[in-house]
Design a binder for this molecule. Sequence first.
Ligand code: ADP
Ligand code: MG
Length: 234
Amino acid sequence: MIEVDDLTHRYGDAVALDGVSLSVDDGEFVLVVGPNGSGKTTLVRHFNALAEPDGGTVAVDGVSATENPVAARTAVGMVFQHPRDQLVASTVGADVAFGPENLGLSHEEIDRRVDDALAAVGLSGFEDERVHALSGGQQARVAIAGALAMEPAHLVLDEPLAGLDRRARDSVLSRLDALNDDGTAVVVVTHDLRGLASRADRVVALSDGRVVADGPLEAVRDRLAGLDVDLPVE
Ligand code: ADP
Ligand code: MG
């Protein structure tokens, strides 16, 4: 479970998060929406202790993310908004294996996870390709595969589907469904709810660093108007 209580984050004098409270239960599927600059990326970076609270607390599975960032990073897998920033190795296979290698898993288990994760994003057979020779969409899929290969308890994806073609998008979504069915909590940051809304237990909307709606889509739909969110047709 991820629990955020009265979280405040400032960049200099600018307040990016202003008393945000929310929780993500084990096995939940939650969408975080809101206009550009509303604080979505800043919020999810706190789940992974990549940012430090100016006020309030973040706990992952009952452990303070600030006090135990390694535990937070192990429990929460993250796909960043700019996936290129998270690619660390020169080949696709090495990149996806990097996280599992740091978990100290056996070679067989690492190979299984890499194969599995690449299949999930439609990149089977790309192990030896050079990451920098791939298209932006393919690089995004490598970044998603890297997070999948960690098999985290909670998976957070910041605008993961932007730049993916329809086939890759469908493939990633069906893997998220399968993981969620198996009990992984999934948090997706997006401005486009189409294709995602029906999967989500809850939608959390941010505006100007505050939570302005939190509930099932039909309960919050009216609150999303004017927030630059693409809604599915009723
Ligand atoms: P979102 O992901 O919803 O677009 P962000 O969390 O990226 O929102 O940004 C929230 C606010 O914080 C915005 O006003 C943005 O300009 C500001 N901000 C984000 N990152 C930085 C940074 N590294 N330095 C200064 N201001 C930042
Ligand atoms: Mg963002």
